[in-house]
Design a protein around this ligand. Sequence first.
Ligand SMILES: Nc1ncnc2c1ncn2[C@@H]1O[C@H](COP(=O)(O)OP(=O)(O)O)[C@@H](O)[C@H]1O
Ligand SMILES: N[C@@H](CCC(=O)OP(=O)(O)O)C(=O)O
Length: 376
Amino acid sequence: MSRPRRLAPGSRVVLKVGSSSLTRPDGGLDLNRIDTLASLTARLRARGHSVVLVSSGAVAAGLVPLGLGGRPSELRLLQAAASVGQGRLVGRWDSSMSAYGVVTAQVLLTGQDVAVRSHYRTVRATFDALLSLGAVPVVNENDAVNNTEVSLGDNDHLAALVSHLVNADLLVLLTDVDGLWTARPGTPGARPVREVTDLAELARIDVTGRGSAVGTGGMRSKVQAAAIACASGTATLIASADDALELLGAEELPAGVGTWFAATGPHRSSRRLWMAHAARPEGRVSVDAGAQQALTVGKRSLLLPGVVGVSGDFESGAVVEVLGPAGLLARGVCRYSSAELAEVLDARASGAPAPDHVAPVVHRDDLAELPRTAGA
Ligand SMILES: Nc1ncnc2c1ncn2[C@@H]1O[C@H](COP(=O)(O)OP(=O)(O)O)[C@@H](O)[C@H]1O
Ligand SMILES: N[C@@H](CCC(=O)OP(=O)(O)O)C(=O)O
């Protein structure tokens, strides 16, 4: 669906605000920006919408108090900065929101909280409870206890997962540029992209330019987040915090602001989304062109004859990546262990009789195709 002119009544909106939009040039938190967002949140709620905030800025907010000159590269220093900064950040949100009569709730998540299916369900129940009680969750990654192994990576990705957890109608990724451009703004010939209705259109877009000094993922991570969200039923707007806040407060979504990604699918089952974007894959299964066709066009299960390779060491029931000749296709729950698959492949290679297995390798019900963002 192309961009509507206004927010639909009773929308559930996830607002993600990046470090670049929450910090001043001297590195401190931009209190005016937080206040503007708090006022926007209050206005949206007064008009019957519900709001979840995903707020970056913990690391940036911890730099000045710790006397760190810039964003450190060492993990333990980043964690220290985040520990100092997160308290200040959420304290600021709380006092600004309280001034508008809004109750905030801090929700800090790690990769583990969403990678383990039972945790994922618990987090969803917490969001449901908070929203039904009228609180506004302020979400960030729990950077202090995070390690690179289980890191969600960036808050754009986190915001896409949160959008699914709360069944959002709209995800707004607020940043320091007017949405997605054909190349990094300022590059000769770069033009704004206003609407993306098919992710294949992204093939001609260059999102490789690095982001701001305080942000993490640049535009690439926003486009990937938009792809996750819209493939699971949540339309996404990438927009500049400078331009979009007033308009959103008036429930407007004008065509000339930011980039609109239309929702391309119905709300996906939470299990599929978990498999595709939250679970940690434990191995890889490679398939031939025929199996790729059967999975992507035929919407069938993956059967043993289509498997041409396996890597990783996993038990049956693990989430694996499925790779075709064209690259990463899907993730799914594998009904065989890596050892069983290797045994079948070895037997096939040596001409020996293969073990007599009939179960699909990945059943269609356990398979989540991945959105293709081509160049992005
Ligand atoms: N094709 C592109 N379109 C728009 N911005 C881009 C593009 N390629 C790179 N960028 C850069 O991405 C930056 C936004 O990402 P980032 O700094 O991570 O923001 P945030 O802190 O808001 O998450 C912009 O400042 C811009 O310079
Ligand atoms: N969790 C980190 C933010 C990570 C992040 O994705 O930052 P950004 O690219 O500014 O949205 C923090 O609070 O500093």
